[in-house]
Ligand binder design. Structure first.
Ligand code: AMP
Length: 327
């Protein structure tokens, strides 16, 4: 069975974008792949974090994965920082990555341009991501469009390593969702809906209350021509709402356009809000059950054991190839 791997940084509260662009795909694929899903907590500290919030969010996110439909029987679920091989391999991969290619990462450039000070970790983050993927010989990595370039970097590093030292790493392929590869901010629909923007009016958090969800969607920025159709360039706000509806209803964009072609914006927003509310309230109900059941630690303990063995083997294979250690 081919292996599929995904992770969602606990750097902020999970959003509707994380669900549609990330978790939803893993749920759809879990029957057909050997699925690994982890909490990349080491990635979260590439930007400043409050320790007590991060600690809380790690368990919270695992409970949310489960509530969104990630089945612990079908997935290996684990915490990145509990397995030292991620960072160990990352160092080795850093030594096989050129400055030029790391410098081309647009996500870094974008994030760095908005801050006065950025950490070296934010710059090398895609290489840690490469280690996360290559350590487990993942065949497929479902990602939103923003992460596609990082998977391409991973492929380049792996190919270079294999060429020099012989076949070591599986070359992963990104899987980009057909719908919802980039859910946009409701207030600024040319910008990604992001966890790091925090609890703003533009981001719907998975644990937002019904009232808050409705308010955020009803006040989403649109345009003034009052015609509903999909056109990312001319109508980013409306296109974003249609995309959200399409993804959550499992209907194609054409079908959704047909449903709303004679509607005004108010009606479209109300329908999108209803669907998001139904989806998220169901997730929130299950989330509460998982939090109370204590299953989160059980799942993480089990995951840690499984991945430690796989990671150790791959890491030692790499050491041997490089002439490191005493093998
Ligand atoms: P991150 O939360 O940045 O670690 O990303 C986890 C996964 O969710 C990645 O595959 C991202 O591409 C995806 N993702 C995060 N935000 C969005 C969004 N607004 N739209 C679509 N996909 C997203």
């Amino acid at each position: 069975m081919k292996r599929l791997l995904t992770g969602l940084k606990p750097s902020g509260e999970l959003t509707l974008g994380s669900l549609i662009g990330g978790i939803k795909q893993s749920v759809e694929f879990q029957n057909n792949y050997d699925s690994f899903i982890f909490v990349p907590d080491l990635h979260a500290i590439t930007v400043p974090q409050e320790a007590y919030l991060l600690k809380e969010r790690i368990r919270k996110n695992v409970a949310l994965y489960l509530a969104c439909g990630i089945d612990p029987q079908k997935n290996t679920i684990y915490l990145q920082s509990e397995n030292v091989y991620h960072t160990n391999l990352s160092w080795i991969l850093e030594c096989h990555t050129y400055m030029g290619e790391a410098n081309r990462m647009t996500q870094y450039k974008d994030k760095a341009s908005k801050k006065e000070q950025v950490s070296v970790g934010l710059f090398t983050y895609p290489i840690l991501m490469a280690a996360d993927i290559l350590l487990y010989s993942a065949n497929f990595v479902p990602v939103g469009i923003d992460q596609k370039q990082h998977v391409e970097l991973t492929r380049n590093i792996a190919e270079r390593f294999n060429h020099k030292y012989g076949d070591t790493f599986t070359i992963p392929e990104p899987i980009i969702p057909k719908i919802g590869a980039k859910i946009m901010d409701l207030q600024n629909p040319t910008k990604k809906m992001s966890k790091s923007s925090g609890d703003t009016k533009g981001s719907i958090l998975l644990l937002d209350s019904e009232e808050v969800i409705r308010k955020k969607i009803m006040s989403a920025v649109t345009d003034s021509d009052n015609k509903v159709y999909f056109d990312i360039e001319k109508k980013p706000g409306i296109s974003n709402l249609l995309t959200i509806y399409s993804s959550l209803s499992n209907k194609s964009l054409q079908e959704v356009e047909e449903i709303f072609k004679d509607s005004n914006y108010g009606y479209l927003k109300k329908e999108v809000a209803d669907l998001v509310v139904i989806t998220l309230l169901e997730i929130q109900k299950k989330y509460q059950e998982y939090v109370q059941s204590g299953i989160v630690d059980e799942v993480l303990d089990h995951g840690r054991k499984t991945v430690e063995k796989i990671a150790k083997e791959k890491y030692e294979e790499v050491l041997k190839k490089l002439g490191l250690g005493r093998f």
